[in-house]
Design a protein around this ligand. Structure first.
Ligand code: FE2
Length: 411
């Protein structure tokens, strides 16, 4: 059933009635989740005081042994992690330099369209910090790097990817998703993103597969809810929007191209998997207007607000210092933000690379993306700017390794 944006206020009123009719304990349920979330915020603050609340691992350790049970439990609780030294730092730095030249020498700055970004309801800056670049050598190198495949395989395996005779996705095969580049210059104050969650806003309450994903939160024992269970997630449908990601990702993520940490205009997160159940139940409480889900709107990021979610904002922390080649990963339900101002003295650059395991949904997308790659067009999930069509040095089929060809679905 296709989602409709017709008479959204009435849809939300009907939805709330249906949910509450089936959840007579919605007030008590939220009270319990709130108490558990308060404990989570206390944990986050304690861990921050001791260093960082974001779990951190060494690539060599994960590659050799996978995630231990204790490490897995940390990621499942926090909904995110950092993997140090995923890619060799010296090679990353060389690729960062080459990427700068690729962008500048090919004249990116001479052709900057100012497009309204409805997803965050704000106008993009004249001077871009996020680049509509998809096929640079640096990106191809990082996406098809064997270490990234190992990291993603282990991350995918943190999920329940099969159950009984059902396989939700193949954790060992990656569907390479061509995302963009962030190059944030020192002093920039245009890119800050307020705390939000991607992968759907109103959909999380209204879309039938999402309702199954969150069944225990709404109707069962909320303590049994498993954020890392693959059932139904791969079937979720979102309202069509230029900013919506068409693939199923087990983790969003990026590779640090330059050193960056707190204050350098970088990533912040609320490292708790309980935050989403909290948001879902918060919107159903009596003090929220009947036709409102705490501000959720179709085709927009799901935002976390001081008005409705002050408790969650208490748990917002900046990621610790990152070095070139370190990677950060977060579950599609994890609240994240970008610091308003870059107060550092160097560029803070990243390649957005998440984990999108092989499944029907992702294979369908790869078919469209392959054509874009061969033609040097923008990834079909993003604005059709097609900057790179005429760029010298753009990656072609010859630059793909055997693994890279598999990940792009060429064979
Ligand atoms: Fe985001």
């Amino acid at each position: 059933m296709a989602l409709s944006t017709d008479n959204m206020p009435q849809q939300i009123r009907d939805l709330k009635k249906m949910l509450r009719d089936n959840m007579p304990d919605y007030r008590e349920r939220f009270k319990q989740v709130s108490e558990a979330m308060e404990a989570e915020v206390a944990r986050i603050k304690q861990e921050e005081a001791a260093g960082s609340a974001i779990p951190q691992f060494e690539y060599a350790d994960i590659a050799a042994h996978g995630f231990s049970d204790a490490q897995r439990a940390k990621v499942l609780q926090s909904g995110c992690c950092i993997i140090r030294h995923t890619l060799p730092a010296d090679e990353v730095s060389a690729h960062n330099e080459a990427l700068s030249r690729y962008i500048i020498d090919n004249g990116y700055y001479d052709h900057i369209p100012t497009v309204e970004d409805n997803y965050f309801s704000q106008l993009k800056s004249d001077k871009p910090q996020i680049f509509g670049i998809y096929w640079s050598q640096a990106q191809i190198w990082a996406r098809q790097h064997p270490n990234m495949a190992v990291a993603r395989r282990n991350l995918n395996r943190l999920w329940t990817w099969q159950e009984g005779d059902k396989t939700f996705f193949d954790p060992d095969r990656e569907a390479s998703y061509a995302d963009r580049v962030r190059r944030r210059e020192p002093g920039d104050a245009t890119l800050g993103l307020s705390p939000h969650v991607d992968s759907g806003s109103i959909e999380r309450w209204i879309e039938p597969h999402y309702r199954e994903v969150y069944h225990d939160v709404f109707f069962g024992d909320w303590k049994n809810y498993q954020a890392f269970h693959g059932a139904n997630r791969i079937e979720v449908e979102e309202y069509p929007s230029p900013a919506v990601c068409s693939v199923f990702r087990t983790f969003q993520g990026w590779v640090a191209l330059t050193p960056q940490g707190k204050g350098d205009g970088t990533l912040q997160m609320v490292p708790s998997s309980l935050a989403m159940p909290y948001m879902l139940l918060r919107a159903l409480q009596d003090d929220v207007p009947e036709d409102d889900l705490c501000g959720a709107a179709p085709g927009r990021a799901l935002t976390v607000s001081p008005k409705w979610h002050p408790l969650l904002l208490e748990g917002l922390v900046s990621i610790p210092q990152m070095q070139p080649g370190d990677t950060v990963w977060w579950h599609p339900d994890t609240i994240h933000a970008v610091e308003d101002k870059h107060n550092g003295t160097e560029y803070s650059n990243v390649l957005f690379i998440g984990a999108a395991p092989d499944c029907g949904k992702n294979r369908t997308f790869l078919a469209k993306q392959r054509t874009a790659f061969l033609n040097g067009e923008s990834c079909p999930d993003f604005a059709p700017e097609h900057h790179e069509k005429s760029y010298a040095g753009r990656a072609t089929l010859d630059d793909l390794t055997e693994l890279g060809r598999h990940q792009m679905g060429f064979e």
